[in-house]
Each structure stands twice: as structure tokens, then as C-alpha cells.
Design a protein around this ligand. Structure first.
Ligand code: RAM
Length: 523
């Protein structure tokens, strides 16, 4: 289980920018709805060869089913054939004598077979079990229609009858899901690519993005169902390459810009209801990514007004981070708290330094348009940080970047230094080649894997980039992904930083980037 517990910052004060929040409110999207029906009844059966040890087995197709009548202790598992985000409703009729006791039901939702196979009481991890998707319901009046108020994220629905009475059973019909998303899939252009695996990866990436696009870009519709800045940055890129709902990116930028704290810091994530609330978690890397997301948004839309309005708060994140540099121009220990990846034991200083340089260069790419002094400042400062990285973080013995007191070698350090352009293209190629021959801390999320693929592209190694996408996201497909996952370690498919794979999210925004990579770089 990960030792990373997000810091609490309960003493901070939020300085709301009402104007920005109103702008965000005006950009609230209307959700598009679709009615979806289950297609078959399945069972889940153990199989050691399959991820998490469970696979589904076809029992009946829905049309061929005589009826769905269940008594006490009976259960069925419905398969909706693909991932859904939405609201379940079902009609329930009593069969037999008039119901002389309430109906007690348990309904469990699963993105993956394991969630409708294993008992949720076995989960004992560090984040709340309340995320596990199950409902216990009493129904007093029958016949009736059960409309579940909570939105769920699932492919499978298990209905268990916990109790009726000896005198009656219940019959279910009209089981439907009202699926919701704010994405406009009509805008997606056809992918001209003859590689069938890449096509399928592209398709599932888009499905992942679409299912995470709600009133904001959510990180995952099962969990955390909220707006995280690190996820937003990547979703925005996939969005530009596909559904092009650029106003949703703009809305999310204004939401973050509308809720800084008294130090000008942008929170790592926001809760949207009952009102916009900045979480008391701050990550140096995520705050910096506000600038990246803004610059990408500007480059995509040429919306100068938004750029000019949000530039000061974006630049503030750079200024805040620069205060943490030591006398050698390095980000060191105490001064910052970065996420980077969920990889256990990862030393983050070098990756964070790389992110800072990457962001400053990105800001410099358009600073002239907005603020000439900032452009001069950045142009002066960036070489100092690059030099410091080469001098103190490069290990000439191994030919790799190192991080922390123990000179740790990780993918994250190399990747972010390459993305920051610290090594030359030829050096980057050598680093990536060497990396696969040494023992290094590996990526543990599709999020870090995305950056690894980008590093190969920056190093001019397109073929390896494609190979990596196929190996990683392709393997997820083989393991049964309908949408791409939050966590995936092909060497340990039970991996969860939270203490149990039941709580992992199996439709996760930061995993949707292959569509961007394939389309943007013509892979
Ligand atoms: C988790 C979520 C989210 C991510 C943070 C750092 O809570 O998966 O996507 O941005 O971690």
C-alpha cells in the first residue's frame, strides 16, 4: 500500500474570484442522455488466468429470458455490454400473494467482473469504502418503479433479493440505464489508421474520455468523480483531438482560477457541489500544470481574452514554486510536495525539477503575447535551472538522472528531464535505451506511462512509442478493458496504491491519452 497520504492544509484561506466563478457557471454544459438496456444475464466464475481471478459466463440473452422472477436469496447479474455512466431504473411487480412484507434488495454495480464477484467487506484500504458501488434498499409499496438517485459507473449490475416473504416473489422488467455525458461525439473525426489494435485503443480512449466528461472533466465517474488538475490537463489534450468541447476546458480553468488560497495557490482538485470548494490538497506539479493547460487551451482556441485573464494566476504558480528552489537552483525535499506518480518509494525531486523547467518553457512560448517582463524573466531563469539539473542531477557513471539522497534511478526522473528538454535528442535516446537495461522505479499508472510515451516521441523514437502504447494499453484491452483504468501494472495486475483493487477506478481520465498521442503524432 502506498505511503503517500495527501497533505492537509486546513489553515489556508480561500480567496474566491466571483467573476471567474460566474464565468465558469455560465459555461455549465447540458448533459446528453441515452437510454441503454442490458443485453445479457451473466454469472461470474473464478479463473486464475484472468485479471483479478474472475471472468463472466453467458447465461441468457435478455430477449430470450422467460421472465426475471426472483425470490429470497436469488440473484442475477445483468451485463450492459459496455461501460455506462448514468442512472438505473427498474420496474418491480410482486408475484404470488399480496406483499405482506417489504422487499429488501441489494444492488451492486461493477465496472469490472471482480466488483460483482467479491464481497466489498473484504476491502480494508486507505480510502473510503463508501466509493464501492452498492445500495441496500427497502421497498414498501409494490408494484412500483425503482429509480436510483445516485449516478453509477458500471457495465455489470448485480441484483440480490435479500428478503421478500414466504408468500411472494418479485418480477423485474424495464431495466434501463439513462446514460449521461457532456461530450459531443459527433465532432470526432474518423481515424485514418490501418492498424486494428491502434484503432481499438483509440476507440476505447475516446469512450474513457466521454464517460469522464460530465459537468466538469471528472477524473473517474466511479471515483473520485471530481475535477483534478493533473487529469484535466491530459483530458483537455484528448478533447482537442476528438470531441472538441473546448468550452468545458475553459469552464474548468475558470473554476480553478476562481478558488486560489491566500498564497495564490491553485488546489490539486475541486469539489463542485453544493458549491465550488477547493480541496485542501496542493501538489506543486498539479498547480504548475495550470499554466500548461492554459497555454494548450490558448494554442487550440486562440482565445486571447481567457489567456490574458488567467495568465497572472498561472504565472503565480511558477513564482510560488521558484521560492522553493535552494541556492543551487534545485527543488529540494521540504519546499514542495508533488504527486508525479503512484509508484511506491519514488523520489520526486528530479521529476519535479523537470516539470518546473517544462512549464517555464511552455509559458515562455507565449509569454511575449501577454507579459513581456515575464518573458524576459523566464528566458533568464530557465538556463539556470537547466544548468543546475545537468550539474547536480546527472550521474555520469550511469548516464542517467538520479533523484534524492540515495541517488534513485526512476523512469519518472528521466521522462520529465527529457520532456523538459534538459538532455539533447541524442542524449534522450541514450537515456531511454539505458533505462530499459537497469533496475529503475517503473511507472505504475497510465498517467506516468503517457509521459513515457511522450518522452519517446520527443526523442524521435516514434516506433518505440507505438510499441509502448500497444504493449501497455493493448494489454489492458486483453485484460478486458471497456474503458481504460486508473492503475495498471502489467507485472502486478492486482496493484492498487489504496490497499485493494476493488476500490480502483476502471474508467479513468488520465488513461484516455492514446487517442491524443495517435492522432496528434500520426502514430
Ligand atoms: C487520485 C485520482 C486522481 C489523481 C490523484 C492524484 O485520487 O486517481 O485521478 O489525479 O489521485
Amino acid at each position: 500500500m502506498s505511503e503517500m497520504i495527501f497533505q492537509q492544509n486546513q489553515d489556508r484561506m480561500i480567496i474566491e474570484n466571483k467573476n471567474f466563478l460566474q464565468k465558469a457557471e455560465r459555461l455549465l454544459p447540458r448533459l446528453k442522455e441515452a437510454i441503454v438496456h442490458p443485453v445479457q444475464i451473466v454469472d461470474v466464475v473464478p479463473d486464475d488466468e484472468i485479471i483479478h481471478g474472475w471472468k463472466t459466463k453467458h447465461i441468457h440473452s435478455i430477449e430470450k429470458l422467460p421472465d426475471l422472477t426472483l425470490g429470497k436469496k436469488d440473484q442475477i447479474i445483468l451485463d450492459f455490454n459496455n461501460h455506462q455512466v448514468g442512472y438505473l431504473s427498474l420496474h418491480i411487480k410482486p408475484v404470488g400473494s399480496p406483499p405482506d412484507a417489504p422487499l429488501h434488495l441489494k444492488i451492486t454495480f461493477g465496472e469490472m467482473p471482480v466488483e460483482v464477484a467479491e464481497d466489498f467487506s473484504t476491502y480494508n484500504g486507505i480510502i473510503s469504502s463508501a466509493w464501492l458501488q452498492e445500495e441496500f434498499i427497502h421497498i414498501d409499496v409494490l408494484p412500483g418503479i425503482l429509480n436510483l438517485e445516485r449516478r453509477y459507473s458500471f457495465r455489470y449490475v448485480k441484483i440480490e433479493v435479500l428478503a421478500t416473504s414466504p408468500k411472494y416473489k418479485v418480477c423485474f422488467n424495464n431495466i434501463v440505464c439513462k446514460s449521461v455525458s457532456s461530450a459531443d461525439t459527433a465532432a470526432v473525426s474518423k481515424l485514418e489508421n490501418s492498424d486494428l489494435l491502434l484503432k481499438r485503443i483509440d476507440e476505447v480512449s475516446i469512450k474513457t474520455l466521454v464517460d469522464c466528461m460530465q459537468e466538469v472533466f471528472e477524473d473517474g465517474p466511479k471515483r473520485d468523480r471530481r475535477l483534478w488538475l493533473g487529469d484535466l490537463r491530459l483530458q483537455a489534450l484528448a478533447n482537442y483531438a476528438t470531441v472538441k468541447n473546448n468550452d468545458l476546458v475553459k469552464r474548468c480553468l475558470y473554476l480553478f482560477a476562481g478558488t486560489p488560497d491566500d498564497k495564490g495557490r491553485i488546489a490539486a482538485n475541486l469539489f463542485i457541489k453544493p458549491a465550488v470548494i477547493a480541496d485542501d490538497t496542493y501538489f506543486t506539479d498539479y498547480s504548475l500544470f495550470f499554466m500548461d493547460t492554459l497555454v494548450d487551451y490558448y494554442k487550440e482556441t486562440k482565445d486571447t481574452e481567457t489567456l490574458i485573464e488567467l495568465w497572472p494566476i498561472a504565472f503565480k504558480q511558477i513564482e510560488n514554486t521558484l521560492k522553493s528552489l535552494d541556492t543551487n537552483n534545485l527543488l529540494k525535499g521540504e519546499g514542495f510536495f508533488a504527486f508525479i506518480d503512484w509508484a511506491e518509494g519514488l523520489e520526486k525531486e528530479t521529476a519535479a525539477q523537470g516539470i518546473l523547467i517544462y512549464i517555464m518553457k511552455k509559458a515562455l512560448s507565449i509569454a511575449e503575447i501577454v507579459n513581456k517582463e515575464h518573458a524576459i524573466f523566464l528566458a533568464d531563469k530557465i538556463p539556470l535551472l537547466v544548468e543546475a539539473s545537468k550539474k547536480h542531477l546527472w550521474d555520469s557513471n550511469t548516464g542517467l538522472f538520479i533523484s534524492g539522497k540515495n541517488k534513485q534511478i526512476s523512469y519518472a526522473s528521466q521522462v520529465w528531464m527529457i520532456l523538459a528538454g534538459v538532455p539533447s535528442t541524442v542524449e534522450a535516446q541514450c537515456i531511454l535505451r539505458k533505462l530499459s537495461t537497469v533496475s529503475a522505479i517503473e511507472p505504475s499508472t497510465p498517467y506516468m506511462y503517457h509521459h513515457l510515451v511522450e518522452a519517446y516521441i520527443v526523442a524521435g523514437e516514434k516506433e518505440t512509442a507505438v510499441k509502448k502504447i500497444k504493449e501497455y494499453w493493448g494489454e489492458m484491452l486483453k485484460d478486458g478493458a471497456d474503458t481504460f483504468w486508473e492503475l495498471y501494472n502489467p507485472k502486478d495486475k492486482t496493484f492498487s496504491p489504496y490497499g485493494g483493487y476493488l476500490i480502483n477506478s476502471y474508467c479513468h481520465a488520465w488513461s484516455c491519452t492514446p487517442t491524443y498521442l495517435i492522432r496528434k503524432y500520426n502514430l
